[in-house]
Write a new protein. Structure first.
Length: 236
């Protein structure tokens, strides 16, 4: 049995939330108790909420679920490359999550796939690294989008002039070197796209009630690219 398959079977055995001894698990999996201890240590290090200790037994806390991860080599490569890009160009929380995700994936990969991922020669570099304030705003904007929070932006246009905008954050776009925030601008009464590196500060103004014609779906439906709005906002 592949190690990845064994780890998923181990999770399934522990998922009901009942205390199970390593001896019982070893019999069910047809492996040694030492292998069970090693596998549980790997799963715990990967963030799987398994509790217990040798001699007493193990159980998994309620609420944890893990879908089958039967990745092909191409899928593993894509995930690892994507994670390295996020660590370079994503927000602070995204970068931390990407690092954690790659550790969890590596812990359950078959030996051949893990060796391939470790030998990967793809790295994500940039001549314009994100500063800490931009990384922090990515996290802030992501949270505002999830919770439907209005934001007051201290925004600087292309000429360097500052303006205050009350916006309804709808989405984050990455253009290869620049992050932008897609939002409904209450001052312009229209959709606008703001460059994150031109936002000097942001404060929450409380939740907003989503309106069908002020949501991202309507923005895409009316004109998927809205190039005119992207260009005018970056200098507007």
């Amino acid at each position: 049995m592949r190690r990845a398959d064994r780890l998923f079977r181990l999770i399934d055995r522990l998922r009901p939330g009942q205390l199970t001894t390593a001896h019982a698990l070893a019999d069910a999996m047809e492996v040694s108790e030492r292998t069970i201890y090693r596998d549980i240590a790997h799963l715990q290090a990967s963030g799987v909420p398994i509790e217990g200790e040798a001699g007493l037994g193990y159980m998994m806390r309620d609420g944890y679920d893990l879908p089958p991860l039967m990745f092909t080599e191409a899928e593993v490569t894509a995930l690892m490359v994507g994670a390295r890009m996020v660590k370079t160009w994503g927000g602070a929380s995204m970068a931390k999550g990407a690092a954690s995700a790659t550790d969890k994936i590596a812990a359950i990969l078959p030996d051949t796939a893990r060796a391939r991922s470790e030998k990967m020669r793809f790295e994500a570099w940039t001549t314009r690294p994100l500063d800490d304030s931009t990384r922090a705003f990515i996290d802030l904007a992501e949270d505002a989008i999830q919770q439907s929070l209005r934001l007051s932006l201290d925004y600087r246009d292309e000429a360097g002039a500052s303006t205050e905008r009350i916006v309804r954050p709808l989405g984050l776009w990455f253009w290869g070197a620049v992050w932008t925030l897609v939002a409904w601008c209450e001052m312009r009464e229209d959709f606008r796209v703001f460059r994150l590196d031109r936002i000097l500060g942001a404060t929450s103004k409380g939740q907003f009630t989503p309106h069908p014609q002020k949501m991202l779906e309507f923005f895409y439906a009316s004109d998927p690219m809205r190039k005119d709005k992207v260009e005018t906002t970056q200098s507007d």
